[in-house]
Design a protein around this ligand. Sequence first.
Ligand code: G6P
Length: 410
Amino acid sequence: MFNSGSTPPLLHWSDVSIDRSLNLASKHRPFLLLLYHLLSLPTLKFTPSTRSHPIPLFTEPTMVARPNKPSALSATPGPQRQAAVNISHGNQRVAATLPTGESVEILLYGATVVSWKDAAGEEKLWLSEKAALDGSKAVRGGIPLVFPVCYAPYNLLYLFHSYSVSRQVTPVANSCDKQVFGPPPPNHATSSLPQHGFARTSNWEFLGKSTSESEAEGGNADLSVKLDFGLSSAGLDAETRKKWGYDFNLIYSVTLGKKSLTTSLVVTNDDERSFELQVLMHTYFRIKDITQVSITGLQDAEYLDKVDNLKAKKETSSAVKIEGETDRVYTPSGTVAIQEGGKTSFTVTRDNLADVVLWNPWVEKAQGMGDYAPKDGYKNMVCVEAGSVRGWQTLEKGDAFEGSQTITLE
Ligand SMILES: O=P(O)(O)OC[C@H]1O[C@H](O)[C@H](O)[C@@H](O)[C@@H]1O
């Protein structure tokens, strides 16, 4: 019933006392079971935000759910139930582990996924050794969530280019105009926001979790767990609210499955006015050796090369190698994959996220980032970032935008 080696769940006192009385007086079992049903109903609720333990451990409600309880007590054991998902919520982070061993960890700060491990416990995301995990700045590594604007004003030429062309063109929702990737036009609603917006530096709320089972080979069911996080305009700090005054609601869901991780964002416009947005799931993939890595699925895609004066280019290679600073915004039509030594390590499928940023800072840029460690960490990471960053998604009053990525392990 429990994961071996895991801390047993905290059961309510009534579970314990009724279990004992059932053992002592089995002849009264039917009556006691009925009593148990009646008494235990209101005690099974669990509200994470009201727990006082610093790192409370709680488990799937199904572990103590009433319909399962009597079979656990019957003389002949029933069919073996699949172990439950373990979730901890506390210390400003939420962690979940599947019975098969996969795990994920998310900071409430930025709803940043900071760890994703496979069944063997091998980490799949790169996280800088100097990443700030205390909420003082955006996390360098994992999956920072970029919203409502993605830009990086890293050189004067870039700023000048961006500014001069933006004056001539009105941004068009989801267009492929290079002038709308980068710093927004000076009069744009997002122009006073920090680089990459505020989602990655805001404190999110954990909304709860749900689990589902899917049919797997051999008749066993595969469990997956979805963790939901929320951020709304009311949850922003006053300074950010002043810079971007729209009423909005974000729900970010992180779903851990066997060999997969899905991140999905729903943005709702609760304002009277329409607003424009960009989204980017800035995934830092951990790889063993950058010289052995190639990215597939980009051939024939248009891209903007940010390290070559924002030139618009078309990818000719079927397997793109990273051999120097790389910062490109692709618009590929299908699945993108990361290969190591010719073998696929990760595939990234996207839903309603048209763009993919490919980024590796390489030697000099890594040197220049204070929170980047070790300095040769660029050899062990590559960012393949699913997003909608070329142009703007316009969201009318009451409308919602949804975009997601699914990363699959081979
Ligand atoms: O340093 P950050 O704000 O986290 O940005 C890190 C990188 O993010 C994206 O990949 C951009 O395309 C890069 O230009 C930027 O350098």
